[in-house]
Ligand binder design. Structure first.
Ligand code: MEV
Length: 307
């Protein structure tokens, strides 16, 4: 059985969302994880994930292994103590540690493919809860936005702990995603922001409030079909993320290059420190902004239409 899950970008509100402010995220279907589970002729659970050079039998992996632990969790959730021999093949076009949700997408696709193969039907809500449990193991204090947008593969307006809200896109708009190529685990930037918040809660609560207001305004602009207003909001959000210390020279450099090439606005997206930035562009400018990002050092770009 096969299942897949897309990548994602956070449009507005990363980090502040961990502190209960709203954030907006959309799936990026140009990149995805595919998982295929088949019966195996040889005993055991054989996992193949060429992207991370993993070819191993489940029992040889440490119990907290990023992929092995998902498989164990699924067996335990289904009450399977003696799993049948299986072959699990994982392929991905989502770059790892780049803010595009590769970890959550592997978990979501893997859980779905195993559930289908083992004939344990799961609702999206159940998949989402399981992916969130796994995100907590690897990311410390995740808000839950990544697993939600990836599991449901829909635009989401997300507030931690509240029922999932999707939002309507009044008029489509184009985003160019630029990858710094710098691997930056979300856990570290989220942990660093937490330390800073603990040291000066007044200052950081003000910054989170500002970011939360931007997410709210952005949702109104998107729903009312005025996406051009998002440019200025992205620039403001990026400046606030710089104050949270989660930008980097590489991200700032790409953000500036996008703006200089005619983007309407730009910001880092996701955990920051490395990974990806996003720029709002008029459709006809997508190629020139993308080329400008590549000339400024982006390792790759993706153009995506939000609709
Ligand atoms: C990561 O994609 C988004 C962060 O806000 C972390 C989280 O919400 O769990 C940085």
């Amino acid at each position: 059985m096969k299942a897949s899950a897309p990548g994602k970008i956070i449009l507005f509100g990363e980090h502040a969302v961990v502190y209960n402010r709203p954030a907006l995220a959309v799936p990026v279907t140009q990149v995805k994880v595919d998982v295929e589970v088949t019966d195996s002729e040889s005993a055991g659970i054989h996992i193949h994930a060429p992207i991370i050079n993993l070819h191993a039998e489940l029992n040889t992996l440490p119990p907290d292994h990023a992929i092995g632990s998902v498989v164990l969790k699924v067996f335990s959730a289904f009450g399977i103590s003696n799993p049948p021999p299986l072959k699990i093949n994982i392929t991905s076009t989502i770059p790892a540690a780049a803010g595009l949700g590769s970890g959550a997408a592997v978990s979501a696709a893997l859980i779905r493919a195993l559930a289908l193969h083992l004939a344990y039907p799961l609702t999206n809500e159940q998949v989402n809860d399981m992916v969130f449990e796994i995100e907590k193991l690897h990311h410390g204090t995740p808000s839950g936005i990544d697993n939600t947008v990836i599991t449901f593969s829909k635009p989401v307006y997300f507030v931690k702990g509240q029922p999932i809200e999707t939002f309507k896109v009044g008029k489509p708009f184009t985003i160019v995603i630029g990858d710094t190529g710098v691997a930056a685990p979300t856990k570290e930037s989220v942990g660093d922001v937490r330390k800073l918040w603990l040291e000066d809660q007044n200052k950081f609560e003000v910054l989170f409030n500002e970011i939360g207001k931007i997410s709210q305004t952005a949702r109104d602009s998107i729903e009312s079909g005025q996406p051009e207003q998002l440019g200025g909001l992205m620039d403001q959000n990026h400046a606030l993320l710089q104050q949270l210390t989660v930008s980097s020279n590489e991200l700032d450099n790409l953000v500036t290059a996008a703006r200089d090439a005619g983007a309407l606005g730009a910001k880092l997206s996701g955990g920051g420190r490395g990974g990806n930035m996003i720029a709002l562009v008029k459709k006809e400018k997508a190629e020139s902004v993308s080329n400008a990002l590549l000339s400024a050092g982006a390792k790759r770009t993706i153009v995506t239409e939000i609709k």
